[in-house]
Design a protein around this ligand. Structure first.
Ligand code: AGP
Length: 620
């Protein structure tokens, strides 16, 4: 996930920006840059790779990096950025800061400008000359084209033209003592010093200099001068904002105040989904997966069958893909764990679309399975979170999830982003095949665009609610997870999460399979977690719940808000907001992640680093 830092004060900005960027390294990045204003000139330096390369570029001795204008005196105002590529490949040209054609306005941007293509076309027709492939660059050109003599006012006007989820900080040579930040969904925080001001995407960036913090709310604009900060709402009214003194140490600050990275990442899931779906669902009522750099929709023409290959959590995302694609697109779907697929003799070839799902893009078995399919003539696409990863080099097209770097070993936000993307793939296939009407696709797209908001609603107070459940079940030594239909992948994923981070034995089954074996495991000591959200087979799930309760087991059900049919049959319920039945499982996994998390914490285990597990499994 990209990182932003801005500084205006009286000390040399370069050092402060660089050290701030170092504090944001934990967020993950592939390139970095900064711009400084001094003596009527802008110096901008960008480099691919890590911050050592940026430092070398600043010193003037890095190949593949650019540095403009050398300033006579050290600048005391500037902006910096670490980039995690989403739109546009990893390259120096795509690294931030971005600037307008006259090189007067520089910006650093996080998130996604959904309508950037239309804006770019308009700006080009007006004479703007673009130097990157990014969506972010449009902001610099828009500001430059609307600018008269007031950067803050210009940013306010430009904001009304932008669709999407983003945060940015801008500066211009014409007002060399001002930084202006703005945010929509993506975070921005302000740091207050005596005669200096900071702005960043996260507190660690300036914690070494000040602990006095102001939060910038959604839709607000912030104007920073040395030691002066004004926060305005979208209408230009000045907002009073409390200055909070944070007592976080550096590690807590990196975790955004959360006790672990896993908990932080669970709370980043609305963002992960928003970034993954936003621009792909922004044009009309349909889904557009095309990306001139990595995905040609012609790959989806004439597909006869879809095959998902993946491991672990990513495999569960593939299972969800099966329900969605069969239901919406009417195509046959096969899903296999990659380590099996690659050593079977899979019947695969032209006409098949093979999708390797891997958050890291480096999982050896998934790569192996993709290679087998490709050798046999199938079209192979990678669905991954990491730009430039091996999977992206061994396929015919790439669909990126945009969850940002995931540090916790247990996948959480990358999983919901994978689910969101397989839903989009299913909808796009449905549109191409005409298996759903445009109106129905429009309804489903609208429901998908609601998901980030529903995730936020769901997370509000959820941790405490889940912990109250963990209190009565955390000592159990075996949990059974059940679900039916699209609840099955979620039951499997919930069970995997608990196993991974709590070392508690779990089993997960399609609930209809229970009486064919696993029911023998149940007694009054067994917690059973049932995914019982809306579905065409909810009544059958309730029957299965009754069967397990008849054996004395205690049932925790994930239900749909407003449904009152499940509660009388179970010990405890956690309701997720109602939406399209196929999408509710994406919400249902969140309480299960938290249940695993709270049980691990009660067992005094570190969920970020579970024993025996690696984040990326590059060996088979
Ligand atoms: C998920 O919590 C696990 N850490 C693991 O199952 C993981 O999903 C699997 O190793 C696949 O990784 P990938 O998505 O990077 O390919």
């Amino acid at each position: 996930m990209c990182g932003i830092i801005g500084y205006v004060g009286s000390r040399p900005a370069e050092e402060i920006l660089l050290s701030g960027l170092r504090k944001l390294e934990y967020r993950g990045y592939d390139s970095a840059g900064l711009s400084l204003i001094g003596d009527g000139e802008i110096r901008s330096v960008r480099a691919v790779g890590n911050l050592d390369r940026l430092e070398a570029a600043l010193a003037g001795d890095a190949a593949g990096a650019t540095a403009t204008a050398t300033l006579a005196r050290p600048a005391t105002i500037g902006i910096g950025h670490t980039r995690w590529a989403t739109h546009g490949r990893v390259s120096e040209a795509n690294a931030h800061p971005h600037y307008d054609s006259a090189n007067r306005v520089h910006v650093v941007v996080n998130g996604i400008v959904e309508n950037y293509m239309a804006l770019r076309e308009r700006l080009v027709s007006e004479g703007a000359s673009f130097s990157s492939e990014t969506d972010a660059e449009v902001i610099a050109h828009l500001i430059a084209s609307a600018y008269r003599d007031d950067l803050a006012g210009t940013v306010a006007r430009v904001l009304t033209e932008l669709d999407g989820y983003f945060a940015f900080v801008a500066m211009t040579l014409d007002e060399p003592d001002v930084l202006v930040g703005a945010r929509r969904e993506c975070p921005l925080v302000v740091g207050r010093g005596a005669d200096e001001s900071f702005i960043a995407s996260a507190v660690p960036a300036f914690l070494a200099h000040t602990r006095s913090v102001q939060l910038v709310e959604n839709g607000e604009i912030v104007v920073l001068r040395a030691g002066e900060v004004e926060i305005r709402d979208g209408a230009g009214e000045t907002m009073l904002r409390e200055i909070v003194e944070v007592d976080w140490d550096e590690e807590t600050a990196e975790k955004g105040g959360y006790e672990t990275f896993m908990l932080k990442e669970i709370h980043e899931q609305a963002d992960a989904v928003a970034e993954t779906i936003s621009d792909r669902t922004a044009r009309g009522d349909g889904v557009d997966l095309a990306d001139p750099l990595c995905f040609d929709e012609a790959l989806l023409d004439g597909v006869q069958r879809v095959v998902f290959v993946a491991c672990g959590t990513a495999y569960h995302a593939g299972l969800m893909g099966r329900y969605a694609i069969e239901d919406w697109a009417g195509l046959p779907v096969e899903v296999d764990v990659a380590s099996e697929y690659r050593y079977r003799n899979p019947i695969v070839g032209p006409g098949d679309l093979v999708v390797g799902i891997s958050q890291s893009g480096e999982t050896a078995d998934t790569l192996g399975a993709m290679r087998v399919a490709r050798e046999r003539g199938a079209r192979v696409i990678a669905l991954t979170n990491v730009m430039g990863s091996q999977a992206t080099r061994e396929c015919d097209g790439v669909l990126y999830t945009r969850a940002g770097l995931e540090i916790g070993v247990a996948a959480t936000k990358t999983f919901v982003a994978q689910l969101a993307l397989v839903y989009l793939l299913a909808l796009r296939l449905a549109a191409l095949r005409g298996s759903l009407s445009a109106a129905r696709i429009g309804e489903l797209v609208a429901a998908m665009r609601q998901l980030p908001q529903l995730i936020d609603e769901l997370l509000d107070g959820l941790d405490a609610r889940v912990d109250a459940i963990a209190e009565w079940c955390w000592q159990a030594d075996f949990f059974l997870y059940i679900g039916r239909h699209a609840g099955v992948p979620i039951a499997l994923e919930g069970a995997l999460k608990l196993k991974e981070i709590s070392y508690v034995s779990t089993d997960a089954y399609a609930a209809g399979e229970m009486k064919h074996g696993p029911i023998a495991m149940l007694d009054e000591r067994t917690p059973v977690v049932a995914v019982a959200t809306s579905s065409p087979v909810l009544a059958k799930v309730i029957n299965n719940i009754d069967e397990v309760r008849a054996r004395g087991a205690k049932v925790i059900a994930i239900t749909t808000a407003g449904d009152d049919t499940v509660a009388p049959h179970v010990e405890d319920t956690i309701a997720v907001p109602a939406t399209e039945p196929m999408l509710e499982p994406l919400l249902a996994v969140i309480p299960l992640q938290l249940l695993a998390y709270r049980i691990a914490m009660r067992r005094a285990l570190n969920p970020d680093q579970p024993r025996n597990l690696a984040k990326t499994v590059t060996v088979e």
